[in-house]
Design a protein around this ligand. Sequence first.
Ligand code: HEM
Ligand SMILES: *[C@@H]1O[C@H](CO)[C@@H](O)[C@H](O)[C@H]1NC(C)=O
Length: 375
Amino acid sequence: MNTGIKRYRDSQISMAFKTLVALSALAMAVVAAPSHTVTCSKGRTASNAVCCKWFEVLDDINGEDGLFDGGECGEETHESLRLTFHDAIGFSQFKPANVGGGGADGSIMAHAEIETNFHANNGVDEIVEAQRPIAIKHGVSFGDFIQFAGAVGVSNCVGGPRLQFFAGRANFSFPAPDKTVPEPSDSVNAILKRMGEAGFSANEVVDLLASHSVAAQDHVDPTINGSPFDSTPSTFDAQFFVETLLKGTAFPGNGPNVGEVKSPLAGEFRLQSDFAIARDPRTACEWQSFVDNHDLMVSRFEKAMAKLSTLGQNTHFLTDCSEVIPVPKKAKSKVATLPAGKTKKDIEASCKHSPFPSLKTDPGPTTSVPPVPPS
Ligand code: HEM
Ligand SMILES: *[C@@H]1O[C@H](CO)[C@@H](O)[C@H](O)[C@H]1NC(C)=O
């Protein structure tokens, strides 16, 4: 036999043998490992092999040059959390996907040229365009990416929730119709009706609004970009639920604007819808229940977000990859405080069943709330 061919054949045999050894080693490793655990990059484990690629997406978006600038709870995080809502809420229990919207399906990105022109989506085009190339780079569906980015983003906030993440949404969607996203100038009736159509109770609307604890506005009053809804926009705490109940005293910018009411602190912004939901008899007790119970606020938010992030999806066809979501830093305090200079007398207590709890007042002089810096 020609030596060249023989050497080739030998090397083929030896390669085949090596592969066989490697395969049986792998088979043994699989047998030895605890049931259904796969090892992904950097020794991280997942319950299902399809989850491994999400660790790569995590490393990307939370990396130093990533979307969240090294794991911050800053502007991109806030916008990404808002986007989970604006994509998903285009949904109705009573209409098919091609009429009522398909829910958490990525339609806001796939049909951005339509949906970002809706009035309620003012400003979301920025985060949609920031996220799109990352989703494409990793070959994941737009619907999956939007919910993943929101879950990772809010895990960067101190005291934050660890949201469930399911992967496997199809990369196909119809554009959601206009008028599915609530506006801050809408009445409580209108907001509860719209949210009810999507399957949320009045209490669950309050639970979802814990998101406004890590939030700011740019477009209701464009003269004060980054004006936050509470004094701690990088911390997922209950300050939002206390501060929205304080008597409003002034407009932080050039208000009143449509959807804006007076806020209690210089620099702080108050949406009319938050003001009204905090005081409505249908929602006031759930609202108040969070001011001295951070754990309750977080667990209710996690539960409501599990629902929001899979609206319109059949979870039996999705894979639970929640283990990829980082564990957030613990909150320093489980109980909110009254901002410096405020007392219980400034609280417009609105829950008829139970008195407003006694909270400590922050020391020092009254301060103004700085804007969230653009990143
Ligand atoms: C129920 C009715 C809701 C209304 C009327 C409402 C309205 C608004 C408005 C007007 C803004 C300011 C946008 C801007 O000017 O840039 C905002 C910000 C925000 N919203 Fe909502 N929202 C609602 C519910 C939700 C829900 C359910 C979530 C998430 C689960 C959410 C998450 C956020 C976040 C994180 C921001 C801050 C965005 C940023 O800082 O860039 N909102 N919301
Ligand atoms: C998802 O669809 C968009 C077009 O809407 C496309 O640009 C993107 O590459 C698709 N992603 C995957 C993973 O198929």
